[in-house]
Design a protein around this ligand. Structure first.
Ligand code: RIB
Length: 303
């Protein structure tokens, strides 16, 4: 099994359920307030840890109670947090999440996530070897993400870019990207088209070898070298979609690090994400390896 490195964000998610989106000046009665560890980077690392990967994370938290809590939580899920740094006199990243009918709307205060530096990337990847996997997203500054990807590439790692939330300047990362994994909206914004073939060709002309588009309730598409693989999402009652995309990517990374073929890694990822959407919260909702294996068993028994 190869090592997985996650360079990215940690946020405390403050979630409230709302019957609809309030108008300006309107006060609504919500319900089910939940405070729980999230952040795209930390969610992806937690998914790797819960699903049996050997995973290391670098990122920054504030010197507040949330920062401590988020680090401890990741360690409980089996993530090596030796490179998660606490920044003095700064607040931890916060995501205020409005949950309406299972879908989320998120407002971010990046807090300590803005303070990651090149040394964090260097420390994280000090022992990386060829064939290891690096996962990055865009909740930390792009120039530092680029440096992490450059170091990983130099060491022969597989680099996976989740361009979320999409930001200006992301193109600077393409020369260091092996796989890109946007959702449908990000894919259209990145390429200027929602036509899969055309958009993927554009990304590939920038040197990216593999494109995975996550499509929410419609599953995913994988495009590489003239090959197209699609699968519908696994039908499940949706409670909260927060962290489903992160689960998908963490799960895929675990299987790639295990030496599995991309197609079986994607099938595993699709099933893991289907469990996450059935529960409230981010990292807490991500399944364990046993839970995902149970889905495969149940599917085999049905055929
Ligand atoms: O991808 C889901 C995550 O996005 C949430 O946990 C929230 O922290 C935001 O960063």
């Amino acid at each position: 099994m190869r090592d997985i490195y996650v360079f990215g964000s940690l946020n405390m998610d403050l979630v409230i359920q709302s019957p609809y989106l309030p108008e300006a000046g309107e006060t609504l009665t919500g319900s089910g307030f939940l405070v729980n560890p999230g952040g795209k980077g930390a969610n992806q690392a937690a998914a790797c840890g819960k699903l049996g990967g050997r995973v290391h994370m670098a990122g920054c938290v504030g010197d507040d109670a949330f920062g401590q809590q988020m680090k401890e939580n990741l360690s409980r899920y089996g993530v090596d947090t030796g490179c998660v740094r606490s920044v003095e006199h700064v607040s931890s990243g916060i995501a205020v999440i409005l949950l309406i009918n299972g879908d989320n709307r998120i407002i971010l205060d990046q807090g300590a996530n803005a303070f990651v530096c090149v040394e964090d990337a260097e420390r994280l990847l000090k022992n990386a070897r060829p064939g290891d996997v690096l996962l990055v997203q865009l909740e930390t500054p792009i120039p530092i993400v680029k440096e992490a990807m450059r170091i990983a590439r130099e060491k022969g790692c597989i680099t996976i870019l989740n361009p979320a939330p999409l930001k200006e300047g992301v193109e600077a990362l393409f020369p260091y990207t092996d796989m890109i994994a946007p959702n449908e909206t990000e894919f259209a914004a990145l390429t200027g088209t929602d036509i899969l073939g055309k958009g993927s060709r554009m990304l590939m002309s920038a040197g990216i070898r593999e494109v995975i588009v996550t499509r929410g309730s419609k599953g995913y598409c994988y495009i590489s070298d003239g090959k197209l693989v699609t699968e519908d999402c696994i039908k499940a009652p949706v409670v909260d979609t927060t962290g489903a995309g992160d689960t998908f990517l963490g799960a895929m990374a675990v299987k790639l690090a295990d030496g599995e073929h991309i197609e079986s890694a994607l099938r595993f990822a699709n099933r893991a994400a289907a469990v996450t959407v059935q529960r409230r919260g981010a990292q807490v909702a991500i399944p364990t390896l046993l839970e995902v294996e149970e889905i495969f068993r149940a599917q085999r028994q049905r055929v």
